[in-house]
Structure formats: C-alpha cells, structure tokens
Design a binder for this molecule. Structure first.
Ligand code: ADP
Ligand code: MG
Length: 705
C-alpha cells in the first residue's frame, strides 16, 4: 500500500494511498468500492476558501478607516494569549507575521483556554474589523498549520468540495483520497457522447466534467460540469425509454379492436351509473389506442375512488366485443376478489365468461382455469400475480389491466405482454394507479407510458374531514371513537411500528393492548401488520368488511385497500412520521361509502418537514396537489424513483430542478433513436454499452439490443 499502484477505474479502494484498512471499510459503507465509485461520489456543495494573505496585505484589504470590515485569511505565529474578563468573558490571542499583528478574540468561549499557546503557527479566517491601527477578528475559524516543523506553502483561493461523509470518514479525508486519483482516473474516461453532439449542446467531455466537479476554479465552472453530468443521467434514461418504446412500436403488434356506437351503448348499458365527463374523456383516449395495432401502453391515474374500475372494464369489454380476451391483475388476493365481485355484478346476465385466479385456488381449479384460458372459453380473467406464472396462457389476450402500478414494476408489465401465444404480439396494456405522478416525474421513470387522468370524482362523494390533534388530546379522540364504534361505525387506527422499540413510537402490539384495556375495551379489535401472512391479513380484512370487527389497529399495510364503506374513521398516530403519499393513501381507506368520514392525525411534529406534511394533508384532499407538494418537500427521491421501479437513481440530476435539462434530453433522445433505432454502429457503441449496463435490466432492454 505504500507504493502508489497504477490507477485503473476498477482499482479497489483499499489499494489506494490513505484508504486502506478501516478506512476502506468506511468507504465501502458509503457505497464506494473502487476508483470509479470514488469519482462518482459527488460534492454536495463547495466552501469558498479565501487566499491566505500576509497580515499587512489583509490590513490593506480591510482598509484604513476605523470600523471597516472584510473577510480575511491570515497565517502567523501566536505571540501571546490570555483569558480576559470584561463585560463578557473572552479569549484573546495575538498573532504576528513579518508584516504585522492581528488580534483574535473569542467571546464566551471558555473552552478556548489552553487550545493555543505562544509559538504555534496558525491560520485564522473570519471577518476582520479595523479598530484604530489594529485589526481584530472576532470568533475566527482557525487551524494549526505547524507546531515546530516547517509550514506548508500559503493557501490559494479555492472552492473546496464538501462531500457526503460519515462518522468514520470525514469530508476532508474523502477529499484527499479523491484528489490523489482524480487526474489519472479521469484521464481514463472515454466519452460516450460524440464530439459534434457535445459541441452543439455545449457540454464538456466526461473527463473534464468529473475533473471540474471535484476541483472547480469557480462556481460557474462547477455549474458547467454539473450540467453535463446531470444531463448525461437524464439522457441515458430517456434513450433507454425511447429505445424500448421504439422497439415495442416497431416489432410488436396488438389486436386492433372494433369500436362503434352500438358497442359503446352495449357496454355502458352494463354500468349502474352515468359515466362522469372525466371517465368519458379517458375512455376516448383508450379507445383511440386500442383501435390501432400499436400496442397501447397507458397509465390511468386517478385518485382513490375516482372510478378507475369501470374505465378498465370498458377497455376489457372492447376486447371481448372483438372476440378476444382481457385480464385484470390486482396486487392482493382481497383486491382481486373485490374486483371480481363488483365486475361480476355488472356483467350478471351477460354471456361474458369471467373467472377469478388466485394463489389459493386448489390445483384442480387452477388447472381448469388454465385450460379454459388457453381454449378461449374465459373472456375476462381477474387475478393476482398468480397470473404471471408460466403455465398461464391466453388464447388471445387483447387487453391487460394492471391495478396499482406502484406495487408492481416494469418487469410485470413485460411479463404480461408475453401472455399471448403468438410471437411479436402484445396485448394493449393499461396500468392503473391511485398515486398520481407529478408531471416532471411522468417524463422520467414512466416516460414510456402515455398518461390518462381522471380528475373528477363521481358525484355525491362525501368529503373527508381531516383534523390535526396534538398527542396530549389523544384521550379525547379515543373517547369519541368509542362512541362512534358503539353506534356501529368502523375505524382504522394506524401506528408507525410493529414492535416496541427505542424510538418511543407507538407500536401495534402495545397500542392494541392499551386500547383493549383502556378506551376501547368494549370494542372488537384486531391487530394487523406486515409480518402476518397474507392469508391471515386477508382473513382479518374479511371479518372487518363483514362487520365482525369494530376497528383494526395496524401499520401501513392497510394502505392498499379493500373497500369497506362502513369504515368511516381513520386515526393515524405519529402522523408526522409518515410520507405524504402514504398519508393520502391511508386517508383514502375511509370515505368510501355515502357516510361522512373523519381522518384524525395525532402528531406533535418534531421536524419542519413533518409539520409540513401534516399541514398539507389537512389542507387538501386533492391527490394531485398532494403529489406536487410531496415532490417539493422531499424531492423526487423515493417517490417514483428507484425503489419501486428498479431504475438506477440519479447521482447528480435533480427534479423538478432540472426540468429544462430533462426536456432537452427527451427531445434529443427521441431524435437520436429515430436516427439510430438500435444504437448500432461505432459512434454509439460505447453509449449503448453503458446504457445497457445502467438501465438494461430495469427497463427490460435485453430483447431490444
Ligand atoms: P378507484 O378509482 O379507486 O379504483 P373505483 O373504481 O373502485 O375507484 O370506484 C369507486 C366507487 O365509485 C365505486 O363504488 C364505483 O361503483 C363508484 N363509481 C365509479 N364511477 C362512478 C360514476 N360515474 N358515478 C357514480 N359512482 C361511480
Ligand atoms: Mg381501485
């Protein structure tokens, strides 16, 4: 380790000077394993460091008049120091160099005593003020430069990168390790964007961008470097999305479905209500897609209760009307059952054959369904992810609906596509989600989806009254809850954790005990959380739905949900601990019937963000406003980012901040793929390789390239 090794991008962090042993482990904890990871570790910000001046120079910079001030950085030897008592206790040190003297003063800082002593050479930085003919810096930053040995040369002005660090690894250490490999490592970086394109877009080379982002001369340079790196990430993702889209449109065909007024009337006659204007609009958009042979890939978003199911049913019935099949996949067994129930009711008396396929069917039942799907006897299949197993194949699947997109991912969509037996055919895919996707995000992760939005709720919906109550008043909340439950209402009570923990947060187990022995002792309660088996959870939800329970004490597992119209009260403990989208989903569990509903958020927010979330949820019921607000409060991070989609997170790009760059990336990527649909040829070879490496798996680009 003493010898500096030859630097490669793959060189192990532990082999770098100053990064061996314990430090290597600390680097690994930050996700840094090799040189390439190291140079991708981005500064969060820069600290402007003043150039060191001699004391005389600094004095001139401050100016001659009494009371003038300026920021300075000087170095000198401590000549004397003392603790002085006046109106305020203060520690003073006189520091001199060949050119002059400066007085450093620390107010109310008894701990400074003994830190400095005559003979030390220190650097002091701060705001200096002129008092007659001497200079004083109050509460300066300082560091020891040398005690006996020779001092290093004077510091120049610079922008010092500040890195995300950890307890074991300071930003300074990271800085020095990066600085040591930066030149040789960036020299190895080949650019995947060809020169002419870079020039047109005024982008520096990848090597220069990395070099500069770690060691900018000024703020403008850092911005320029950052722009390249952020753009790169956005462009890569857009290229991936466009590549996929192009492939789908060029190579796959879907059955073009019939649509005319007779069919429309036939379908809508099945619905027990008038469609809202919003539902009509999105149906028109869907119809526009499915009457062509280009496979539809559409996201249907609409708040909880917006009435997405009939829209999906409309699309499915179009498939049936043209002699094909349709499928709807729900994220849980209970939801599948619920769809089966409500859709079955609407289709009662028709000749549409509908079946329910879930994991808990007996093998013989399952076999029977699989056979009848393959022969085309079944028109509409409602299912859980049991649908995705290999044995399930349709005779002619024309419309595939996936409910609650954020529970699945890009993979499932691809698997659904493969459920027809002819090669190169695909069903029209409709994905439904109740978590609205803010505009900027819809261009990224969901960039290959067309989007339809139901904005209007069906008429007659009761609003949900949402209240914030401080913890001290929880007693009153449960007192009132007890009365309402006694009168026949039902409730959900949500807490943040399952087991008692050091966090001091309420947990399912003890809260259940507390309620059972206290305010709700006369009521029938059940506990529910993610560690219970799916069947156990479904059973509890089933009893709740059937009115055999008064309340469920749960974690957020109830977030995705079954309709229980009689559940009219939601109580969320430590509400400030939940995400905004989560709170909105939770609230959506009530207000599903025609009764007035109530959502009570019990919280004593300890952070600004927490308070902002509670405030936001109290102030609006509109899921779209909430989604935008969420994006503002915490940035896009987890919302629709990497976790659910499997898409590599951005290191540099930031949304909505980089929306303009995103637009440019999107336009360019579209053109790029139009001109070179498979990214073939030498010019784009490296680009293609990196693209597949970064997004190939998550976007399912395997068959594309
Ligand atoms: P979500 O969008 O959350 O899936 P659903 O499709 O479950 O919403 O619809 C919620 C409720 O609203 C259901 O009971 C459904 O029957 C009802 N509904 C849907 N559309 C209308 C409409 N146009 N008029 C009246 N009620 C409707
Ligand atoms: Mg639904």
């Amino acid at each position: 380790m003493a010898e500096s090794p030859e630097i490669l991008l793959t060189t192990n962090i532990a082999d770098l000077p100053g990064a061996g042993g314990k430090r290597a482990a600390a680097f690994r904890k930050l996700g840094i394993r090799c040189v390439a990871d190291l140079i991708r570790h981005m500064p969060m910000r820069y600290e402007h460091e003043l150039p060191e001046q001699s004391i005389a120079e600094a004095g001139m910079a401050v100016g001659p008049e009494h009371g003038r001030e300026a920021n300075i950085s000087v170095r000198g030897e401590v000549a004397a120091c003392r603790m002085a008592r006046g109106r305020q206790v203060r520690f003073e040190a006189q520091v001199c160099d060949d050119s002059g003297t400066v007085l450093l003063t620390w107010f109310n800082s008894p701990w400074m005593k003994g830190k400095l002593h005559p003979g030390m050479v220190i650097r002091a930085t701060g705001k200096a003020k002129r008092y007659g003919d001497y200079l004083q810096i109050a509460n300066p930053q300082w560091e020891v430069i040398a005690e006996d040995e020779e001092a290093p040369s004077r510091r120049e002005e610079r922008y010092r990168p500040i890195y995300p660090a950890s307890e074991e690894l300071t930003s300074k250490v990271i800085e020095s390790v990066i600085a040591a490999v930066l030149e040789p490592a960036t020299d190895l970086l080949e650019d995947h964007l060809y020169e002419e394109y870079r020039r047109k877009r005024e982008l520096p080379t990848l090597a220069d961008a990395f070099k500069t982002i770690h060691r900018p001369e000024d703020v403008g340079e850092a911005k320029h470097a950052r722009r390249r790196l952020a753009f790169d990430e956005l462009l890569m993702l857009q290229l991936g999305v466009m590549l996929k889209r192009h492939h789908r449109r060029k190579t796959l065909t879907a059955p073009a479905l019939d649509h005319n007024e007779a069919i429309n009337e036939h379908i809508t006659a099945r619905f027990p209500f008038e469609l809202t204007g919003s539902q009509r609009e999105v149906i028109d958009e869907i119809v526009g897609d499915v009457v062509t042979a280009l496979p539809m890939n559409r996201l249907l978003q609409g708040d909880v209760g917006a009435g997405k199911t009939v829209v999906a049913l409309y699309a499915m019935l179009l498939a049936v009307a043209s002699g094909h099949q349709a499928a709807l996949m729900a994220p849980t067994e209970l939801l599948a059952e619920q769809h089966f129930g409500s859709i079955g009711k609407m289709l009662k008396g028709s000749n549409v054959a509908i079946e329910l396929l879930t994991g808990s069917l007996k093998a013989t039942q399952k076999k029977d369904i699989v056979e009848r799907l393959a022969s085309g006897e079944i028109d509409i299949l409602i299912a859980t992810h049991a649908l995705l197993t290999e044995t399930v194949n349709f005779k002619s699947l024309a419309v595939a609906v996936i409910d609650e997109q954020h529970r699945f991912g890009v993979h499932q969509r691809a698997t659904m596509r493969a459920k027809t037996d002819e090669e190169n055919t695909s069903p029209h895919v409709l994905v439904m989600t109740a978590t609205p996707i803010p505009r900027t995000m819809s261009l990224t992760v969901f960039g290959d989806l067309d989007i339809s939005t139901i904005r209007e709720l069906p008429p007659g919906r009761q609003t949900i009254i949402t209240k914030h109550v401080p913890g001290a008043q929880a007693g009153r909340v449960y007192g009132y809850l007890d009365e309402r439950l006694a009168a026949g209402d039902q409730a959900y009570i949500v807490v943040p954790v399952i087991d008692e923990s050091e966090s001091g947060l309420k947990d399912v187990q003890s809260h259940m005990e507390f309620l059972n022995n206290g305010p709700l002792r006369e009521r029938r309660l059940a506990a529910m959380h993610g560690r219970l088996k799916r069947e156990e959870r479904d059973e509890i939800m089933g009893s709740f739905r059937d009115g055999e329970l008064d309340a469920i004490v749960a974690t957020t597992v109830i977030e995705v949900g079954v309709d229980v119209p009689n559940a009219t009260i939601m109580v969320v403990e430590h509400a400030d601990r939940f995400g905004l989208a989560q709170l909105h989903q939770l609230r959506g569990r009530v207000g599903r019937g025609d009764k007035k509903s109530l959502c009570t958020l019990i919280a004593d927010p300890t952070t600004e963000d927490g308070a902002a979330r509670v405030e936001a949820i109290v102030s609006t019921e509109d899921g779209f406003q909430i989604a935008e607000r969420d994006l503002e409060i915490r940035g896009p991070g987890e919302l629709f980012g990497s976790r659910q989609s499997g898409i590599a997170p951005f290191l540099v790009a930031n949304l909505p901040g980089d929306t303009n760059l995103l637009r440019m990336a999107r336009r360019d990527a579209a053109k790029w793929i139009e001109q070179n649909p498979t990214l073939g040829g030498e010019r784009d070879a490296l680009l293609k390789r990196r693209l597949l490496k970064t997004h190939g798996k998550a976007l399912g680009l395997g068959d594309v390239a």
